[in-house]
Design a protein around this ligand. Structure first.
Ligand SMILES: Nc1ncnc2c1ncn2[C@@H]1O[C@H](COP(=O)(O)OP(=O)(O)O)[C@@H](O)[C@H]1O
Ligand SMILES: Nc1ccn([C@@H]2O[C@H](COP(=O)(O)OP(=O)(O)O)[C@@H](O)[C@H]2O)c(=O)n1
Ligand SMILES: [Mg+2]
Length: 237
């Protein structure tokens, strides 16, 4: 479980501070509140009075409905939704020096270097003021997972896996209509291959640790949310 080395107030002071002058000292403080004792898995829910950090990784292939269901979870349970893809797209539109590299990677359906994505997630966590996070579309590879654990010193409390057949995912992505450069048939085929080769091993890793809740992602949005609701309600302690 999350090691109880930090009080509520020190957790929030860590989150609220802006980028510190002394990065090393800050990181130490952050790691302190995010340390895990892996041998004693979390039994606590996310409504504990001590407001210890609670992290859910939301995984599934492209178009499986991760973003759609995250929006519903936010409404019902007050989580902060951090979509790795949205953070990367924001980085592209902010004209950052990494923007061109990120855009090329997304167009190819490949995975952006882990340090870039973890740093964006870390910044978003720190500036959120919240302690409950849905991290959507991350980790997408074992390299992503290992980088998160190293930089943040944390593991997820649990993982939601939206299990959806490929033909359904293709249909949904092609009718998504959000103007995304990667929502075309060529890129979607590449992304599906990347999902099987790189993301399924992450899901298997957490499955072996007993952390995965698998959801049948076929059905109406409300039908799927009924399954999601049952899972989150069980952690609402
Ligand atoms: N249960 C569902 N049935 C049909 N279409 C869905 C369902 N859930 C989401 N969608 C639609 O499918 C597309 C992909 O959903 P999205 O939430 O963006 O998936 P992901 O984040 O996993 O790629 C969107 O256009 C969304 O409106
Ligand atoms: N952890 C991540 C998440 C997304 N990405 C990139 O961003 C793209 C879009 O991710 P997304 O999560 O928005 O995609 P969907 O699953 O929502 O369709 C991926 O195909 C990757 O190219 C990444 O490199 N690393
Ligand atoms: Mg998405």
């Amino acid at each position: 479980m999350w090691r109880r080395v930090a009080s509520h107030s020190s957790l929030f002071s860590a989150f609220k501070s802006s980028v510190p002058k002394n990065q090393a000292a800050y990181r130490f403080k952050f790691l302190e509140v995010f340390s895990t004792e892996i041998e004693t898995p979390a039994k606590e829910g996310f409504s504990s009075r001590e407001r210890v950090p609670f992290i859910t990784f939301v995984l599934g292939g492209p178009g499986s409905g991760k973003g759609t269901q995250c929006a519903k979870i936010v409404e019902s349970f007050g989580f902060t939704h951090l979509s790795a893809g949205d953070l990367l797209r924001k980085e592209i539109s902010s004209n950052s020096d990494k923007g061109a590299m990120i855009l090329d990677t997304i167009k190819e359906g490949k995975i952006v270097p882990s340090e870039v994505t973890v740093n964006l997630i870390q910044r978003a966590i720190e500036s959120s003021g919240n302690y409950k996070f849905l991290i959507d579309g991350f980790p997408r590879s074992e390299e992503n997972r290992i980088a998160f654990e190293r930089i943040m010193g944390a593991e997820p409390n649990f993982v939601l896996f939206f299990d959806c057949p490929e033909d359904e995912m293709v249909k949904r992505v092609l009718s998504r209509n959000q103007g995304r450069v990667d929502d075309n048939i060529d890129t979607i085929k590449k992304r599906l291959k990347v999902f099987v080769a790189l993301n399924l091993p992450v899901i298997n890793y957490y499955s072996e640790k007993g952390k995965v809740h698998k959801i049948n992602a076929v059905g109406t949005e409300d039908e799927i949310f009924e399954q999601v609701l049952r899972i989150f309600s069980a952690y609402e302690s």
